[in-house]
Design a protein around this ligand. Structure first.
Ligand code: URA
Length: 439
């Protein structure tokens, strides 16, 4: 007969900083999933993991169990490469880099989330395109990836269901920002999606989960170690999230900006990041011998329009109206807009970027709670970035809103000019876009 375990003893052991065995972790997670172990005991264990940390072997055991809590796809193809971002404000790079990578011969299985808290969600953004379906079956998803090279679906119950339940508990027990728990959460989903390699975009700054480069580096290293243990190729880029990526924040606005970028007319930072991440995907897929050659290929397929054609095909494949590419008015955009003007002359010094996400939620463009509906049409279009010169009464941003939201907009305006966007008399350098690349 095997060992008998008791939830209390396992929590107590972890509380004292003693490493748990894979069997103890398995017993606890299975008990939680079958509801034999209640939420309050799992919450206690999660807090002990947060405070005490977890060893590499504990993290690997948890990742493995979470991965196999549902379906595990296997494309059995070295050119299947995924990308994951740790979330940020205005981060729409997936819509550009995935078509670029596919146009260069990479197969990209995109399984994405919805907006929650201050971060936006890829699934909500793409649903700005009328008709676009993100709820296709796993079978269809796999076939599209194999035959066409790209498909996009929302997180399904079938992939890593343990993460869904654990994440919901972490979200309300202040245990999200634990490096081993983040690692197990992300890696279980990525491993179950069956990609041979993953490019990680680890965001750092005022609009990211990781506020310091030191934390971001620790997360990146933990993800890399876990990928290695599970025999997956990985490159992690640590990138800036101290200001919105590109100019647009809000669902439809971000899709318009993504299409503009695929047409070669996008903001420089968004284009650069997308090309860089796609270049690494092309390299990991074995379609370029070095990342630099991958980046050159990425630039080529962006310039010659092949990436835009992949995006068009993605929309058609998933029942969306591809005419949006030529006519943005087919997507819902709020009827009212107003410019927010700078109170003073100077240079943009900083953004409280996380707050930009919260203000989008105030307008209805994101979710405060899972059950909230999204308004795709509202959002912000920024005219200034860090380091830019600004005159008194010059527009810092335009707010897109609906009739009846005037008082919310007034409050948003005050927060932007008095707190969120700081102006200084002396010039601040624009932050680097990519801080570090780890392999
Ligand atoms: N993203 C995830 O998927 N999981 C986490 O725990 C944090 C960010």
């Amino acid at each position: 007969m095997g060992d008998r375990f008791f939830p209390y003893e396992i929590i107590d052991k972890k509380k004292r900083g003693i490493e748990l065995s894979p069997e103890e972790i398995k017993y606890f997670l299975n008990g939680f999933l079958t509801k034999e172990i209640p939420d309050y005991q799992m919450s206690a264990l999660l807090m002990c993991c947060f405070i005490r940390g977890m060893s590499q072997s504990e993290t690997a055991a948890l990742t493995d169990l979470m991965t196999f809590s549902g379906h595990v796809l296997d494309f059995n193809d070295e050119s299947v490469i995924d990308k994951h971002s740790l979330g940020g404000i205005g981060d729409k790079a997936s819509f550009i880099l995935a078509p670029i990578a596919t146009a260069a011969g990479v197969k990209v299985p995109m399984m994405a989330g919805r907006s929650l808290g201050f971060t936006g969600g890829t699934v909500d953004k793409i649903e700005s395109i009328p008709g676009f379906r993100t709820d296709i079956s796993l079978e269809k998803f796999q076939n599209h990836v194999k035959q066409f090279g790209l498909a996009l679906i929302g997180q399904t119950e079938q992939i890593a269901p343990a993460d869904k339940q654990l994440y919901a508990l972490r979200d309300v027990t202040a245990t999200i920002d634990s490096i081993p728990l983040i690692t197990a959460s992300i890696m279980s989903k990525k491993l179950a999606e069956g990609a041979a390699g993953i490019v990680m975009d680890v965001k750092v700054g005022s609009g990211a989960f990781m506020k310091t480069k030191k934390e971001a580096r620790l997360v990146a290293k933990s993800l890399l170690q876990t990928a290695k243990r599970f025999n997956r190729k990985m490159t992690a880029l640590i990138t800036d999230m101290n200001q919105p990526l590109g100019f647009a924040v809000g669902n439809t606005l971000e899709i318009i900006e993504s299409i503009e970028t695929l047409k070669g007319r996008g903001p420089k930072d968004l284009q650069k990041l997308s090309v860089e991440l796609a270049g690494h995907m092309i390299h990991l897929a074995g379609k370029a011998s070095t990342p630099a050659k991958g980046i050159t290929k990425a630039k080529e397929v962006l310039k010659n329009g092949k990436a835009l054609e992949v995006f068009r095909k993605l929309i058609i494949n998933q029942d969306g109206n591809e005419k949006v590419i030529g006519d943005y008015s087919l997507m819902k955009l709020a009827s009212q807009k107003i410019d927010i003007l700078s109170k003073e002359a100077g240079y943009v010094k900083s953004f409280k970027n996380e707050h930009v996400g919260h203000l989008l939620n105030d307008l209805g463009g994101g979710r405060k709670m899972k059950k909230n509906e999204i308004d795709h049409g509202v959002g912000f279009y920024f005219h200034k970035k860090i380091g830019d010169k600004v005159k008194k009464d010059e527009a810092l941003l335009t707010v897109y809103f609906n009739k009846g939201q005037e008082s919310i907009v007034e409050s948003i305006k005050n927060q932007f000019i008095n707190d969120i966007i700081k102006i200084s008399k002396t010039k601040t350098d624009a932050p680097d876009l990519i801080y570090e690349i780890l392999t």
